[in-house]
Design a protein around this ligand. Structure first.
Ligand code: NAD
Length: 248
């Protein structure tokens, strides 16, 4: 899928799913701006893209803080050009009994997982409107589809991401901008490895029909499609990439 001449921002591109998406979009021809708090990881992603012959920069900052987003957006425009592809992937997770989730825990979750995509999209959408073309992909979570015990704050935040996706899809459909979301469920990344999830038990075919965890590249392939020209009539969609774990 050729993204030659296009500029993409991938938040959380220093690790896991975001890194795989950054590499994939660069391989598809886009110049990629990797936004992340983790400078070393973002630098590694950029190096990997450059070694493969692509073009990329790293913008180190909080993808949920308006001033830092504005700085990263300005630098991306200056060094790569206007942005017409945005992948809101940066996110945090947490596991806690519902009664024990504090206001601070909830606020932090909503700030990163909801305000992040909200503010990043606000910062970038003027470029898409000017171009009359744009692609936004939000990385949500299967927890928003099925619910997830011990993750009330996380699942609530990801449900909001799905609602934001559908709302923006309606608001911008007539102006050449599509907005879709991919809800991963069980993808082998540093986030999953740090969580209490038992990868072996979850890979059991009674839970995961394909008998394995997802790979970051599985999500990246779906993202590559959603940002392509070929997906121009797809908007407001939830594209499950989960090996059959969730059929909705
Ligand atoms: N791995 C899974 O099974 C799974 C399941 C459901 C949803 N997801 C979602 O997929 C996305 C990527 O997850 P992953 O598994 O690759 O996680 P990960 O922890 O490996 O990577 C997340 C990246 O986001 C960055 N990040 C976090 N907060 C940030 C902020 N405020 N500003 C900038 N960067 C920030 C981190 O530094 C990290 O590089 C997340 O939104 C996550 O909720 C993952």
């Amino acid at each position: 899928m050729s993204l030659e001449g296009k500029v993409a921002v991938v938040t959380g591109g220093a690790s896991g799913i975001g890194r795989a998406i950054s590499l994939q979009l660069a391989a598809d021809g886009a110049s990629v701006s990797v936004w992340d708090l983790d400078g070393d990881g973002a630098g590694e992603t950029v190096d990997m893209i450059k070694r493969a012959g692509g073009r990329a920069i790293a913008c180190i900052g909080d993808a949920a803080a308006a001033d830092e987003i504005a700085r990263s957006a300005a630098r991306t425009r200056e060094e790569l050009g206007p942005v017409t592809i945005l992948v809101n992937n940066a996110g945090i997770t947490g596991f806690c009994r519902f009664e024990e989730i504090t206001g601070d825990m909830l606020e932090r979750m909503l700030r990163v997982n909801v305000m992040g995509p909200f503010l990043c999209t606000q910062a970038i959408i003027p470029d898409m409107l000017a171009a009359g073309w744009g692609r936004v992909v939000n990385i949500s979570s299967s927890s928003a589809q099925t619910g997830a015990s011990m993750m009330a704050h996380y699942a609530t935040s990801k449900g909001a991401v799905v609602a934001l996706t559908k709302t923006l899809a309606r608001e911008y459909a007539a102006r050449g901008i599509t907005v879709n979301n991919i809800p991963p469920g069980f993808v082998d990344t540093p986030m999953l490895r740090k969580s209490p999830v038992n990868i072996e038990a979850e890979s059991d075919p009674t839970k995961s029909p394909m008998g394995r965890a997802g790979k970051p590249e599985d999500i990246a392939a779906a993202c590559s499609y959603l940002v392509s020209e070929a997906a121009g009539y797809v908007t407001g969609h939830t594209l499950g990439v989960n090996g059959g774990r969730v059929m909705a």
